[in-house]
Every structure is written in C-alpha cells, then in structure tokens.
Design a protein around this ligand. Structure first.
Ligand code: ATP
Length: 361
C-alpha cells in the first residue's frame, strides 16, 4: 500500500470517531459519544504511518493508555465497577505493553483472549451477567493487544546436551593408537563409548582370517582403556547376529540417552575415507558429528561423496602413530617384540591366551 493510501485509514477512523461523537451528543448520550471519539481517534493514531522511535512510541502508548483509564471519570460515564474496570484493563494494554514474548507465552495469552471473548459472548446473550460483557471484552482486547504489540522473542535455547562419542573398531587387539585416540577424545567429549565390532562389515570378506572371538577383543579393549575416566566398553554388537552396522548401533545407543544428547563418531583417517561405503552412511551423518583423527598413510581429503553435503566434522588432534592391529598380529605370529604398541596388560592377555600365535595376519 502506498503512503498516500495508508493515510486514508487513520483519516476515516478519526472522522468516524468525531462524527459518531457529534451524533451521540446531538442525541444526548454523552457517554456513547466519548466512547466513539476515544476509539476513533485512538485507532487513527495507531494506524498513522509514522515511524516513531522506541521511546516515543512508548510515550504515545502510555498517554493513550492513561486517557483510556480516565474515561470512567468523564461526567455521565457509567459508574458501574465492571465498566470502570474494563476501561482500566483496556488502558493498561497501551500504557504497559509487554516487551518480548516467547511463542509459548504468546499462545497462552491468545488462548486467554479467546476464552475472554467467549465469556463476553455468553454475557452478551444473557447466560452470564450482562454487566460483565465489557469486562470480558476488555480482557480479550488487552491480551490480544499485548500479543500483537510485543515483538516475538526466541524461546530460550535448551542447554546443550552432553557430547557422547562412539569409537568403534575390531580392536583385534586394542593398541597404543586406539589408546591415544581415546585420550584425545576425552579432552573434547563428555563420555566415550568403545564399541568392539561383533562382525566388522568391512572386514567380512577377509576370508583368510576369522576375527578373534568377541569376548577376547572386549577383554582387551577393557584392559586398553584402563584408568580412563568417563569411558565404557559396550558389548552390544556381540549380542547381534550378522554384520555389525554402525547405523544400527547408533540407533540402539541413542535410545538410552536423553533428548538433546549430541553424538560424535570417532574415526581414524582410513575409516573416514571408507565411510561412504558404510551401510546408510547418509543417515549416520544426519545424526552424528564426525571426530576425525589423522593416521599415517591416509589423507584427510574430503571423500567425493561428501562434497555435495554439509558433513558435520571436527578434527581430533592426536600424535601420529604408525601402529595397526594387523602389524601387531603379524609381529606376535613372527615372535617379534611389541614394545609399547600395546599396554603391558594387553600384552599379558595376549600371552595368557596365546592369541595370534597360530594366526594368519
Ligand atoms: P586392523 O589393522 O585390523 O585394520 P586397526 O589398527 O585399523 O585394525 P581398528 O580396530 O580397525 O584398528 O580401528 C578402530 C578405529 O581406530 C578406526 O577408526 C581406525 O581408523 C582407528 N585407528 C586405529 N589405529 C589408528 C592409528 N594408528 N591412528 C589413528 N587412528 C587409528
């Protein structure tokens, strides 16, 4: 609408108010005339396309509000308590507007306005005392005006939930590289879940070698994370038959944490590059942030499949260590010393259970 046409609205409202005031005066009903005048001029002022500063707008609103509250003092005005209260309620909406309302408060106030409007209607048709009509309508107007005048305010953000990190792997065996990843992760997350794979899908076709029985790998993972705070080794993939898909594991884990928990998936650079081959990798990336660690021999280039989407990812700063479970298995098989590639506790476990001696690495 143009500025010129905008002026018609306040002009018509103002003239209507003045006209009704004069007509009512001529008929002798001063009271109705004052009401018409106040509403007409008030509406006209409210519709004027003038840009007032915040303070000025408040001042105009305050003046109008006080004027409305003083209407019952006009000679000839209804002295009924309910009518007086109605004017005061009306005036309060202008004089003391609320500044910012969240969506939920707006909804409650609008509901209240609707309720008052219905009560007003019931009073108008005589089901409730007729004297209350204006009181109810003023209540409805007050609440509706507060909602429409106040700027919507964003709902307060819920406090961010804890960061829970899932670190999956074969852990065949759990080695120094895994330990460093876990320690680094604990610096940036609240809880670390180490999840040995039941049957790693990406290693399934490795027909030359059966993974070490699940319970051994779990035991070594437990020894590997010894004395790490906020860390837990979960056996849930061992309880499922078939290949262990991360997407299913995440679904199960998510169910046991409260809403708002933020999940991260810790992967080394090799697994990061392999991720687009995982089952439902898009769905995985919809619900987790990747926590990616560098690994010697692997780059951290973004896989081409990720380029068209916004993959939430954080780099995990860890020292580069050239150690792998494959290498460890081969060295145990060859009778070579492991040094500090696995912890003394894991080394003792390997010895006690004679793991990898017969192994084809
Ligand atoms: P394998 O040699 O049998 O493939 P692995 O040494 O890669 O085993 P996994 O249990 O498969 O160990 O790895 C679990 C997770 O740890 C994976 O995300 C992997 O990328 C990461 N990881 C393992 N070793 C390292 C390392 N030395 N540096 C960085 N990340 C590693």
């Amino acid at each position: 609408m143009s500025e010129k046409r905008d002026l018609w609205v306040p002009a018509v409202l103002g003239l209507a108010g003045i006209g009704l005031f004069v007509l009512n005066l001529a008929e002798g009903s001063v009271w109705a005339g004052v009401v018409a005048l106040v509403l007409g001029l008030g509406g006209a002022i409210a519709c004027l396309p003038i840009r007032l500063k915040r303070g000025q707008r408040r001042l105009v609103g305050f003046g109008l509000g006080i004027a409305l509250m003083l209407v019952p003092t006009v000679p000839g005005a209804s002295a009924h308590a309910a009518t007086t209260a109605a004017w005061v309620i009306l005036g309060l909406a202008f004089a003391f507007p609320l500044s910012g309302l969240t969506q939920s408060v707006r909804a409650v106030l609008l509901g209240g306005a609707g309720l008052f409007a219905i009560l007003g209607l019931l009073a108008a048709v005589g089901i409730l005392p007729k004297t209350l009509v204006w009181l109810f309508l003023a209540g409805a107007f007050h609440l509706a005006a507060q909602v429409f005048n106040a700027r919507p305010r964003a709902e307060p953000e819920p406090p961010p939930g804890p960061r829970v990190c899932l670190m999956g792997g074969s852990f065949d065996p759990f080695h120094h590289g895994h330990r460093l990843l876990a320690e680094a992760a604990l610096r940036v997350v609240d809880r670390l879940l180490v999840v040995p794979a039941g049957q790693a899908p990406h290693k399934r076709e490795d027909a030359a070698r059966e993974p070490t029985p699940f319970h051994h790998r779990v035991a070594m993972a437990r020894l590997g994370v010894e004395r790490l705070p906020r860390t837990e080794v979960l056996e849930l993939e061992g309880r499922r038959s078939g290949p262990s898909y991360t997407v299913d594991t995440l679904d199960v884990i998510r169910r046991s944490y409260p809403q708002g928990t933020r999940f991260l998936l810790l992967v080394g650079a090799d697994m990061y590059q392999d991720l687009p081959n995982w089952k439902d990798w898009e769905r995985i990336l919809d619900s987790v942030t990747l926590l990616v660690a560098a690994r010697p021999g692997w780059d951290l280039d973004v896989p081409p499949e990720f380029e068209s989407r916004n993959v939430p990812m954080e780099r995990l700063e860890t020292p580069l260590v050239d150690v792998s479970s494959t290498g460890i298995r081969a060295d145990v098989h060859a009778g070579k010393a492991l040094g500090d590639r696995v912890s003394p506790a894991v080394q003792a476990y390997l010895r006690d259970h004679e793991l990898y001696l017969e192994d084809t690495p």
